[in-house]
Design a protein around this ligand. Structure first.
Ligand SMILES: Nc1ncnc2c1ncn2[C@@H]1O[C@H](COP(=O)(O)OP(=O)(O)OP(=O)(O)O)[C@@H](O)[C@H]1O
Length: 453
């Protein structure tokens, strides 16, 4: 029996030769698969197999939330980031990003950020959820960039509930959190990254410190209040919840200061867009869709190139060579004011909420009439040379005085001499002593009057 058993066992050399043949066959099969079947087909088949088996054995469902969506920032990603940063301290993740950017209070509570590759557990109406933030090199982008995305995993059976209720809950929570943020941001467009670069906005001008005609200031504050409380109104009348302001006037009259006062009053971040730096209308669309709600889109110095606000006909005969025209063409930006306005009036109207758009210019008369047409910019505000009441406000802010013997004389001078608030503030900062400072201001205004004559 035993001897017949041993005779049935193949010899060592047979096993070895079978093994060698099998290995050779496997290598041959692999080579055939690699060389005959195209990579794409192979990857497709493998991914189909993997998906089939993983869904068969796995009862989890994963939502993938990428940072970029439709050429802009994915607002769901942003909402998740904001929301998770507030629940992080309450849960244990093994690691946490900590820091503070509160400029006003160095002792302010720490803020928390989502660490990459750490699992964050959350619970929603008894459903357990697992978040993970991933970051990897984006090889599809010709500029090497990080691609970031969240995985949100739950049990398959809760997929629908999470998709509707949990995502809505996150969106609402993030809006509330952002409304109460401590610092405002100022974003500038970076052509290299084709995206916004952010910094903390530190302009301290408020409506308290801004000098402008009191009636005009009150009217503007009422307008901002009505806008801010007007969600239902805008909806009822079927208009987009946005407001456009055109600030115009000579340099140094406080247009930028007024933008800062509006941002601080509304608690809105600012997106400062240099139209010259935008390559084309498609890029413009992309960057405008990636701005946040409750923000200001600022386009300064509209008359200084950038948006193609003028007609390009300069009355030259065709064929006539003009060197300047050639240079101009090279500098001519591809973004058109029409592109911007269409975007703001069209697509933007339907997909964003609570936006303010501000244009500033030193030369309103040079602007394209399309921009000045009723309905385009809701409110036009002239920031002008110093008037007696503007001067009194500046004196109150800079010298902390309401009255002085020289006031009457100075106020009269402002009716004859054109001086900008910027020039006046420069004079008012010479000394803390009102006698010295106001005397200096009188001399300054007198010298201006002389040069005018
Ligand atoms: N109305 C104002 N109230 C208070 N300060 C002012 C006012 N206007 C100008 N200033 C002072 O002058 C400085 C320059 O003003 P600002 O940059 O706001 O003027 P602007 O009209 O935007 O000028 P530009 O057209 O050159 O950009 C401000 O930082 C501020 O100190």
């Amino acid at each position: 029996m035993a001897s017949s058993f041993f005779t049935k066992i193949p010899s060592l050399s047979t096993i070895f030769s079978i093994y060698t043949s099998l290995s050779a066959f496997t290598i041959l099969l692999k080579t055939i698969l690699h060389e005959i079947i195209p990579t794409k087909v192979r990857d497709f088949v493998i991914s189909k197999f993997t998906n089939y088996f993983s869904s068969y054995f796995n009862s989890d469902f994963t939502f993938i939330i990428e940072e970029q969506w439709d050429y802009g920032t994915n607002q769901t990603f942003r909402a998740a980031q904001v929301y998770l940063s507030t629940i992080l301290p309450k849960i244990s993740t093994g690691s946490l990003l900590v820091g503070s950017s509160n400029l006003k209070n160095p002792m302010a509570e720490l803020k928390f950020g989502v660490p990459v590759n750490s699992k964050i557990m959350d619970e929603f109406e008894g459903i357990l959820l697992e978040w993970t933030l991933f970051s990897e090199e984006d090889n599809n982008n010709y500029r090497s960039k990080q691609k970031r995305y969240f995985h949100l995993t739950c049990k398959n059976e809760f997929k629908d509930k999470i998709m509707t209720d949990y995502f809505t809950y996150i969106a609402k929570s993030s809006v509330k959190i952002l409304e109460n943020k401590e610092n405002l941001n100022i974003y500038s467009y970076s052509p290299d990254d084709q995206g916004w670069e952010s910094a903390i906005f530190q302009h301290h001008t408020t409506f308290e410190t801004l000098a402008m005609e009191p009636e005009l200031k009150n009217k503007l504050i009422r307008d901002l209040d009505a806008f801010s409380n007007g969600k239902d109104f805008f909806k009822t009348v079927g208009r987009a919840w946005k407001r456009g302001y055109l600030l115009y006037g000579p340099p140094g009259t406080g247009k930028s200061s007024l933008v800062a006062a509006i941002a601080n009053y509304m608690n809105y971040s600012i997106y400062d867009l240099q139209m010259q730096s935008v390559e084309d209308d498609a890029t413009l669309r992309k960057i405008l869709t990636s701005t946040e709600n409750r923000s200001i889109l600022l386009i300064e110095d509209l008359d200084c190139g950038g948006a193609d606000s003028s007609s390009r006909n300069d009355n030259k005969d065709e064929g006539e060579y003009d060197e300047n025209q050639d240079k101009k063409k090279k500098k001519q930006p591809k973004v058109t004011l029409a592109g911007l306005l269409n975007f703001v009036d069209g697509l933007w109207s339907s997909c964003v909420e609570e936006r303010i758009i501000i244009f500033t210019t030193n030369h309103k008369e040079k602007l394209d009439p399309a921009l000045l047409r009723p309905g385009r910019m809701d409110v036009h505000i002239l920031m002008d040379y110093c008037t007696p009441s503007v001067f009194k406000k500046l004196a109150a802010v800079y010298l902390e005085i309401e009255e002085h013997d020289l006031f009457e004389r100075i106020e009269k001078m402002f009716l004859e001499v054109k001086a900008t608030p910027a020039e006046v503030t420069e004079q008012l900062m010479v000394s803390k002593n009102p006698d010295v400072t106001l005397k200096g201001l009188v001399e300054f205004l007198e010298s201006k009057k002389m040069t005018k004559e």
